[in-house]
Design a protein around this ligand. Structure first.
Ligand SMILES: [Zn+2]
Ligand SMILES: [Zn+2]
Length: 538
């Protein structure tokens, strides 16, 4: 449903319709995609959800699509707009107005036709297009073909850190930092946005353009530059004089006089708008402005609030480093404790621990704890929830662990009902404290499983079982489900799922998801001391 609505928005834009119409469709598409329940099912059950931005006309269209699987309006639009134009729109840097222009003036209606025209040098004759445009379109097509997917947050973060380190010391630069979706910590990132305050914009732009990691300079102006990194993504740099970091590119325009009012800091921008500062991760048009105005914006959890990590592996199963090495690294990161959660036997590939090995591991933990006190390793397990909804360890063994984390790794192809029943079997077992990576997704690689979320949330809230926000490239739960879980009264936990010392740092990506999900320190297990945690999980 979200895809259909997004396509309608594309087609409206290509047809040159008024912008607000397309915006309305996109807004509804976005809300449908983020809705915690299956929107189509709700319409089918005659319990239509109140989708923000969907008035009577758009709600009727959602209902038609949900109940019949078709949408007359969409079909009529498709008949009018050549499908190739929608493909062209996917090329970065080619907007709807250009698509319309290419179609109206040159009859271009497919990606192949556009490539031929760009190669043949016929685009430069059109108003606003140049030889440079042709080059850029061809380069973008090549990138699209080789890349396909958006960058994982972790990878975008690493690229951006590298760029900032290389540009921070360029003369004249006062501040330089990530902006856009990376700053909001979305799970995947398209282009990288970089914002800098500098006395000498030309120098900074030259420095960016001449980095060895740059493959291609798309455009370089006096206050902005776009480049493509050899690793794939495009980077847009925008520069301002040091006093001019502001809401729009330059500042607020005073309407009557047309005069520019530069503002130095983001906090001042919010103040000028009569709003408290809103953390970037919450800036998704999902109620944060209303909450800010009403004074109900929650103080979201930050990395500094966390005292420990509830999901860490060692070389006793599929990890790389020893228990002691992992514990020392966690301590060096400032953690007071970590839960060691090696695998249980039925996950064959990981050499899961037999009952005897569990006992031996407990002795090793005792030895390391004596050495590293007051840092503390809690003895946990990442136990399989088997395909038949039974658990991999018997109850008396489970009762001996400090913390029990349960996971679905196998038979992911089962029906929603079966998968939900397995998850509930774990939640309802009094020994299970946490369900790890509840949807099993891996960003860009594996789709999430669908569970009956209202039932899962109800059971988790009732039993006090925490759901995990996993900071590895799974980023599971995602931000929308995590927010719904929090609203349903479910406790959450943030974890790195580290299999080597370097991965302990992944905990901060779980924090990013938690902030995007509006979670407060009290809703999160890891803000407790070890003793408080043990008391909480019983
Ligand atoms: Zn796992
Ligand atoms: Zn794990």
């Amino acid at each position: 449903m979200a895809r259909v609505f997004n396509e309608i928005a594309d087609m409206l834009e290509i047809s040159g319709e008024l912008v607000y119409k397309a915006v309305a469709y996109r807004r509804v598409a976005d809300a449908v995609e983020r809705w915690p329940n299956d929107v189509a099912q709700l319409f089918q059950a005659d319990e239509p959800p109140k989708i923000p931005g969907a008035g009577p006309a758009l709600t009727a269209k959602l209902a038609e699509l949900a109940t019949t699987g078709e949408l007359g309006y969409y079909d009529r639009m498709r008949a009018q707009v050549p499908s190739g134009l929608l493909e062209i729109l996917k090329i970065p840097g080619v907007g709807p107005r250009t698509v319309k222009q290419l179609h109206d003036e040159l009859g271009i209606d497919s990606v192949d036709a556009l490539r031929a025209a760009a190669e043949g040098g016929t685009l430069r004759g059109l108003k606003g297009l140049s030889a440079r445009t042709e080059e850029n379109i061809l380069a973008a097509m090549a990138r699209l073909a080789s890349r396909g997917t958006r960058l994982l947050l972790h990878d975008a973060d690493a690229l951006m850190t590298g760029l900032v380190e290389q540009l921070r010391d360029v003369r004249g630069v006062g501040a330089i930092e990530a902006a856009g979706s990376l700053r909001r910590r979305k799970a995947t990132i398209g282009d990288l946005d970089l914002l800098a305050a500098t006395d000498d914009p030309a120098r900074l732009i030259r420095a960016l353009d001449s980095l060895t990691t740059v493959e291609h300079v798309l455009s370089a102006g006096t206050d902005k530059s776009s480049i493509v990194l050899a690793e794939g993504p495009q980077v847009d740099l925008m520069v301002c004089p040091p006093a001019g970091l502001s809401l729009s590119e330059k500042g607020f325009k005073v309407v009557e006089s047309g005069e520019l009012e530069p503002i130095a800091t983001e906090e001042e921008v919010y103040e000028r708008l009569g709003l408290p500062w809103i953390p970037p991760e919450m800036r998704e048009d999902s109620g944060e402005i209303q909450a800010a105005l009403a004074g109900t914006l929650p103080a979201v959890v930050s990395l500094a609030d966390l005292r420990g990590d509830t999901h860490v592996h060692s070389d006793w199963t599929d990890g790389v480093d020893s228990i002691e090495v992992m514990a020392r690294a966690a301590r060096d990161l400032g953690h007071a404790w970590m839960v060691l959660t090696d695998h249980s036997p039925s996950l064959g590939i990981t050499r899961g621990l037999s009952l005897e090995r569990v006992a031996e591991q407990r002795q090793e933990i005792g030895r390391v704890n004596a050495e590293l006190a007051p840092f503390r390793i809690l003895h946990g397990t990442e136990m399989e929830i088997r395909a038949d909804a039974t658990l991999d360890y018997p109850d008396d063994l489970l009762a001996g662990f400090d913390v029990v984390v349960a996971s679905v790794h196998t038979a992911r192809g089962q029906s929603t009902e079966q998968l939900t029943r397995r998850t509930l079997a774990a939640i309802d077992n009094p020994n299970v404290d946490i369900v790890a990576h509840p949807t099993g997704r891996i960003v860009n690689r594996r789709d999430p499983i669908a569970l009956d979320w209202p039932r899962v949330f109800e059971a988790a809230a009732r039993t006090g079982t925490a759901l995990e926000l996993n900071g590895s490239p799974r980023l599971d739960l995602d931000d929308a489900l995590a927010r719904a879980a929090g609203q349903a009264g479910v406790r959450l936990t943030l974890a790195s799922d580290a299999h080597r010392t370097e991965e302990l740092d992944q905990l901060r990506y779980a924090v990013s998801v938690a902030r995007r999900a509006w979670l407060t320190p009290g809703q999160v297990l890891g803000t407790r001391t070890a003793d408080e945690l043990l008391e909480l999980v019983g």
